[in-house]
Design a protein around this ligand. Structure first.
Ligand SMILES: Cc1cc2nc3c(=O)[nH]c(=O)nc-3n(C[C@H](O)[C@H](O)[C@H](O)COP(=O)(O)OP(=O)(O)OC[C@H]3O[C@@H](n4cnc5c(N)ncnc54)[C@H](O)[C@@H]3O)c2cc1C
Length: 359
């Protein structure tokens, strides 16, 4: 995948990537996930983190991490979620205290993709705990830093992404590893989530589309009561319906990415397509049932795809939180009670009220 360039879509030529726009990166996410959903993570996560590093990191960090990331030689993870907070990410408690020309990090992150396989993590920490969401900063933390430990979870799906916990016990990083300005982690660095939501939707659509195509082929040949299953409308109608739903989510995902490429507001659109993983999971479930008992077997890819896609109903923020974001834009922010800590999605929504957004 590194040789193909799909791990460096959102990294510029200067740093060894292909410098693709968001729409092209979305196409890569969808197409790779049609073949293997979990390989889509490499396009999606690198698309998000490559852009984050290139736009916000210091020159030292860019030179050290972007070329190997683009080539697929190194893996980066992102550490935001903690045991006590996920949706309300601004409530995070991991701290980074400045001591001379270093930051010292202490705390725990949970539910981190690539936990035990990443070469480094972008870690969000409180640098000014009294300031809530305005006191959060991001750091590049090499995984071999003394004091950093990690573990894997036994997940129901997407096992190759090694989701797990990362622990920080007096982990020291130089000030050059600060990504973006101090205390601006939420307002500037996290801007990319609107984009990764579209990549995720497209990954899920890709996996569901493949399942749909397999089901069309299967139901044409499998007979029940002497005629092919495809001739029963109760078989073909759900396929037609899911085809329509998938296609609508696909085009809306590309619209969100096109808006981003054109520096136009796209938070509400990116939140809307967060329903994509749910529709994809329902579609794959239906396809599994239409394969009868064969679909339930591990000899077929359907049960694995279903388990994998469900993971991204949660990863990158749940559909419920996206409804909060959409509602806030539709009704106005005065109709949403902002929790004390704030939440990144809501911060993103605030930013989008400006006419032109650009990270
Ligand atoms: C496969 C996978 C990969 C992941 N990868 C990463 C990663 O790389 N890095 C990382 O930092 N995190 C990662 N996560 C974590 C993910 O971002 C969180 O799981 C997600 O943000 C939800 O947080 P939570 O699990 O703590 O749920 P909670 O915030 O505890 O929410 C639990 C439930 O309550 C609902 N809920 C919460 N608040 C509200 C509200 N205000 N209104 C209505 N409903 C609400 C939620 O929708 C959810 O259904 C990953 C998760 C998964 C499953």
């Amino acid at each position: 995948m590194g040789e193909l360039g799909v791990t460096g879509m959102r990294i510029s030529l200067e740093y060894g990537g292909v410098g693709a726009d968001c729409v092209s990166t979305g196409i890569a996410s969808e197409e790779i996930a049609r073949g293997d959903f979990n390989c889509g993570y490499a396009v999606m996560v690198n698309g998000l983190l490559g852009e984050m590093v290139e736009h916000h990191a210091t020159e030292q960090v860019k030179e050290a991490w972007l070329p190997p990331l683009a080539k697929g030689e190194k893996i980066l993870g992102i550490c935001l979620t903690e045991p006590e907070c996920g949706s309300d990410a601004a409530a995070l408690q991991t701290r980074a205290d400045k001591r001379g020309d270093e930051y010292v990090i202490n705390g725990q992150k949970s539910s981190i993709s690539f936990s035990t396989v990443a070469d480094a993590f972008i870690v969000f920490d409180k640098t000014n705990p009294a300031a809530g969401a305005r006191g959060i900063s991001a750091f590049m933390v090499p995984a071999d830093s003394p004091g950093l430990e990690r573990t894997d979870y036994q997940d129901m799906g997407s096992r190759m992404i090694h989701r797990g916990s990362v622990f920080f016990d007096d982990v020291r990083v130089p000030v050059e590893n600060l990504i973006g300005e101090e205390n601006q982690g939420f307002y500037k660095v996290m801007n990319g989530f609107d984009m990764s939501r579209a990549y995720i939707a497209l990954m899920c659509i890709g996996a569901a589309q493949t399942s749909l195509e397999e089901t069309i082929a299967y139901t044409k040949t499998r007979k029940a009561f002497q005629i092919p299953l495809a001739k029963y409308e109760s078989v073909s109608f759900p396929i037609s319906e899911y085809w329509a739903k998938l296609d609508m989510i696909r085009w809306y995902s590309y619209r969100a990415l096109w808006l981003r490429d054109n520096r136009l507001p796209h938070t509400k659109e990116a939140a809307a397509i967060r329903l994509g993983p749910k529709v994809a999971a329902e579609c794959i479930h239906e396809c599994l049932l239409l394969h009868g008992h064969y679909g339930y077997s591990q000899d077929m890819p359907l049960e694995q795809r279903l388990r994998d896609v469900i993971g991204l109903e949660l990863g990158d923020g749940t559909a419920n939180i996206q409804k909060v974001i959409i509602g806030r834009e539709l009704f106005g922010k005065e109709y949403w009670v902002i929790p004390a800590s704030g939440c990144p999605s809501i911060m993103a929504c605030k930013r989008s009220l400006s006419p032109v957004r650009r990270c």
